[in-house]
Design a protein around this ligand. Structure first.
Ligand SMILES: [Zn+2]
Length: 52
């Protein structure tokens, strides 16, 4: 099982795969709204912020 890394746009909430980012060659940037802040999410393990 491979650990797929995906990004979530901080502005529009679009989910972008790391491999798609590499294909687009925009750098780390949302292909939908071109916002530069993306959260990194691992699909195989939840990396949500925990409110303990
Ligand atoms: Zn976006």
């Amino acid at each position: 099982m491979t650990k797929e890394i995906v990004y979530k746009c901080a502005r529009c909430g679009a989910i972008i795969k790391k491999e798609d980012l590499e294909k687009l060659k925009l750098g780390v940037r949302c292909p939908r709204c071109y916002y530069r802040i993306l959260y990194k999410i691992r699909t195989s393990g939840r990396v949500y912020f925990k409110a303990v």
